[in-house]
Design a protein around this ligand. Structure first.
Ligand SMILES: Nc1ncnc2c1ncn2[C@@H]1O[C@H](COP(=O)(O)OP(=O)(O)O)[C@@H](O)[C@H]1O
Ligand SMILES: [Mg+2]
Length: 404
């Protein structure tokens, strides 16, 4: 039996990456900048395909355009202190600059010593660390200085490369910490905007959940002008079909035909969310290639069965972590006409009046804060809310038996 080509799972490259042409073009435009005026923020809810787009497509685009690409995942730890952020940046840079030669001695600040010795060393992590420690000024000054030297060396060693893209995933983890007097996020924005204004082509590509951009702007208002924001959404009808059918090129005709038959229901049930498409197709493929597929008899029932499995694998665990009152509030949200988009506290309160679960304004606010902390809702800059889990509203409606 052939291997199942579909890949549901965070950061798993899909067999066919559908759509995203607008995003690719936009990034390509940013790579044409000689002076970096715009950096990129790529946001969207979990499972929409940010990581694979960045790793697969945008990386290729950068390399094709003669930019270096360094990348990492931002863990919570990076946001703890400025020192962690510096370590992250220098570690990233080291992957490129580790074998560039750096001459110390000839222009040493104490160059009037008797025997000015020239010594060539590698511009690797240790060198950068030592240099960093010996720079005067604040952390931002020191970091800028190191990055300026790196740019200088890059022009000598790799004159054909246009710049460096620093591609950071899960960047919503970056945060300033007022109570510890640690401002790694401000540091990052200050240093990059300052370097960019001096003509250094180091570009930031920050990928993360929707709170990312509001966070950047809250840290430094100039971030608003510094970033182009691309919000990834679900795939269109045609793009979904391509994601579903194209991976089957080498498969037997009867299998392809079966997928073509189910392509409508899959789109209807997944609404084009990439993770769910992969999940669905993987299940369907397993079923159709299993010892005794009975598509003809059970064809009608199949979407229902796969939905049940998706509910169990994906939603039930999240639902189980909520209190009864939090579930009540989410159930009210699932009744809103705009449950799949943005909604206000007022709308929730109004709708709750017609149910057995009336919420006051302050109680609704309190519940939303708790749900935000559990990663179930997002709040945008204008105080509107949205569900943080794709198709959660449909799951709730299925659970509650609400008519769709
Ligand atoms: N454009 C796409 N076409 C088909 N499948 C995709 C696409 N983008 C993402 N996927 C699939 O969706 C899932 C989630 O992708 P991922 O990049 O981890 O999302 P995110 O980083 O936004 O949480 C993976 O299984 C991936 O293979
Ligand atoms: Mg991701």
């Amino acid at each position: 039996m052939a291997d199942n080509p579909y890949r549901p799972g965070a950061a798993h490259a899909p067999p066919y990456l559908a759509g995203r042409d607008a995003e690719r073009r936009e990034f390509s435009r940013l790579l044409k900048q000689t002076q970096v005026l715009e950096n990129l923020v790529l946001t969207g809810i979990r499972g929409v395909g940010k990581t694979v787009l960045m790793r697969e497509e945008l990386r290729k685009e950068a390399i094709k355009n003669d930019w270096f690409w360094v990348t990492s995942d931002i863990s919570e730890a990076v946001s703890i202190s400025e020192e962690h952020l510096v370590t992250r940046l220098l570690t990233d840079l080291n992957t490129l600059s580790g074998d560039w030669e750096y001459t110390v001695g000839e222009r040493h600040p104490l160059g009037f010593t008797d025997h000015p010795e020239r010594r060539v060393i590698h511009f690797n992590y240790e060198t950068m660390q030592v240099l960093f420690e010996h720079q005067p000024g604040l952390v931002a000054d020191k970091l800028k200085r190191i990055l300026l030297i790196a740019w200088d060396l890059m022009q000598q060693h790799r004159p054909n490369q246009k710049g460096i893209v620093f591609a950071w995933d899960e960047a919503q983890n970056l945060a300033d910490r007022d109570k510890d007097k640690q401002y790694p996020l401000s540091l990052l924005l200050d240093v990059f905007s300052s370097l960019q204004s001096q003509g250094v082509p180091f570009m930031l590509l920050l990928t993360g959940l929707p709170p990312l951009f509001p966070k950047l702007v809250a840290s430094r208002t100039f971030a608003e002008r510094m970033f182009r924001v691309l919000a990834l959404g679900n795939l269109s009808r045609d793009e979904s079909r391509a994601a579903i059918i194209n991976p089957l090129e080498k498969e037997p005709k009867h299998l392809k035909d079966a997928f073509v038959r189910f392509d409508g229901p899959i789109y209807g049930l997944t609404k084009g969310y990439p993770y769910f498409i992969q999940f669905w197709c993987r299940e369907l493929y397993d079923y159709l290639t299993s010892a005794s597929p009975q598509v003809d008899e059970q064809g009608e029932d199949l979407p229902h069965r796969i939905s049940r499995k998706l509910d169990m694998d994906f939603f039930d665990g999240r639902w189980a972590q909520l209190t009864d009152r939090q579930r009540d509030l989410l159930s009210v949200i699932a009744r809103l006409k705009n449950s799949a988009g943005e909604f206000t506290v007022q709308e929730i309160v109004e709708t709750s009046k017609s149910t057995e679960q009336a919420f006051s304004n302050s109680h609704a606010n309190q519940m939303l804060t708790a749900l935000f902390n559990k990663g179930m809702v997002f709040k945008n800059r204008h105080g509107k809310y949205s569900l943080a889990v794709p198709l959660l509203d449909e799951y709730i409606r299925r659970r509650m038996g609400f008519a769709d």
